[in-house]
Design a protein around this ligand. Structure first.
Ligand code: DX5
Length: 232
């Protein structure tokens, strides 16, 4: 019996936003109809870029009511995760490659009062998360090599998404699959058809000439159409 399709969620990355007006930018994203906001947390070591500390996120928290998720592209998630929960991130995404003790680290997220998710870089096999699927509500399959926005979508990740969806279904687990990197009007259908239901977009939202609201609605419609076509 095929599982019912999971609700499509659009999660913008604020990486391309105007960093001098992040509170306003979060409000604009909420007004545009996004489901949550993803903060790309980068420490300059796990990835060659440096972005948001917890205080920046905490400053934006009161401006919107939609959930925040922290995509922890950091070498020491164990020492930082509590700060991001305190800053107002409900969901923390830990990279499988960033810690020797992934099972323990995901448990620490729950102990800190957050909800846990795990991320996979393009080269990391889904087997790396096989034994922690019971600890997470989402798996993020990176569709670019992390560190920067505006990169090209890696379409060879689609079979990986499909295999992960099968692994989750076989275990009867309630776990979302998120994709992040190069998601836009020309790529979102392939990712959704493969089994991703949470779609992170950055550049594609901000480069839509008709604005954020149109961009969010267009991406959501394209993903939903792809899923219903696949189910037909
Ligand atoms: C990479 C970042 C980006 C960002 C979205 O580390 O995680 O994937 O969120 O970037 P684009 O502009 O490709 O949507």
């Amino acid at each position: 019996m095929p599982a019912a399709p999971r609700p499509i969620q659009i999660a913008p990355s604020v990486l391309p936003a105007d960093f001098s007006r992040l509170g306003d930018e979060c409000r604009a994203l909420e007004d545009a109809g996004v489901d949550r906001i993803q903060w790309d947390v980068m420490d300059g070591e796990f990835v060659p870029n440096l972005t948001f500390g917890p205080d920046v996120i905490a400053a934006c928290r009161p401006h919107v009511s939609i959930p925040f998720e922290a995509h922890l592209m950091v070498r020491t998630p164990e020492t930082l995760l509590e700060r991001y929960v305190e800053a107002g991130c409900e969901l923390l995404i830990v990279h499988a490659e960033s810690t020797i003790h992934l099972h323990r680290c995901l448990g620490q997220v729950a102990d800190a009062g957050g909800r846990a998710a795990v991320a996979l870089n393009p080269a990391t096999p889904i087997e790396a998360v096989e034994h922690v699927l019971d600890l997470v509500e989402m798996v993020l399959v990176m569709t670019v090599n992390p560190g920067f926005g505006g990169q090209a979508y890696i379409s060879t990740m689609e079979p990986k998404v499909a295999a992960l969806r099968s692994m989750i279904l076989e275990r009867g687990l309630d776990v979302d699959i998120e994709v992040d990197g190069g998601i836009g009007p020309d790529t979102i259908a392939g990712a959704a058809r493969a089994g991703a239901n949470v779609l992170v977009a950055g550049s594609a939202l901000y480069r839509d000439p008709e604005g954020l609201t149109h961009a969010v609605a267009d991406l959501r419609a394209r993903a939903a159409a792809a899923v219903s076509d696949a189910a037909a």
